[in-house]
Design a binder for this molecule. Structure first.
Ligand SMILES: Nc1ncnc2c1ncn2[C@@H]1O[C@H](COP(=O)(O)OP(=O)(O)OP(=O)(O)O)[C@@H](O)[C@H]1O
Ligand SMILES: [Mg+2]
Length: 135
């Protein structure tokens, strides 16, 4: 079922990002509304990944701000961003070598796992349930 496009939830305002003399992003603004699908397109080196990395807190823009669900940030904090529900996938596959498929999937579920080291060591029912739900 198609959901009705709602209010702006992500608002990117006047973002500029430089790496030394390289201007990766200059005064970029756009927004995304609830239930809206937005695409960022551009040639190689245009700054698409850099923009996503500003939103997920990997890069810190020199100028501008990003608002998500009414909260405004000059620098996004990666952990906080993930907790707020922003997720990304990567241009290239980035799996942990030497880890099983299920362990790689569980890594992506890290923030949702409600357990502690002791529960994990004993493979408590909540940890086991999560593993089987993800399998
Ligand atoms: N960590 C970095 N250090 C220095 N320069 C960088 C860094 N990341 C990106 N750049 C530069 O910023 C510019 C934008 O790169 P970016 O990777 O964001 O482009 P892109 O649109 O994602 O390209 P592609 O389509 O190839 O993935 C390029 O000139 C790139 O060389
Ligand atoms: Mg890219």
């Amino acid at each position: 079922m198609t959901k009705k496009i709602g209010d702006v939830i992500l608002d990117v305002n006047n973002i500029s990002l430089r790496f030394g003399g390289v201007k990766a992003l200059t005064d970029i603004s756009f927004n995304v509304r609830e239930h809206e699908v937005r695409a960022i397109i551009g040639p190689n080196g245009a700054g698409k990944s850099s923009m996503l990395n500003c939103i997920n807190g990997v890069y810190e823009p020199q100028e501008g701000s990003i608002s998500f669900r009414g909260q405004t940030f000059s620098h996004m904090n990666s952990r906080q961003v993930a907790e707020m529900g922003i997720a990304r996938t990567f241009q290239n596959l980035a799996l942990f070598k030497g880890m099983s498929v299920i362990d790689n999937i569980m890594t992506g579920r890290n923030l949702r796992i409600k357990s502690n080291l002791f529960m994990q060591a004993l493979s408590s029912s909540s940890v086991a349930a999560l593993a089987s739900a993800s399998a």
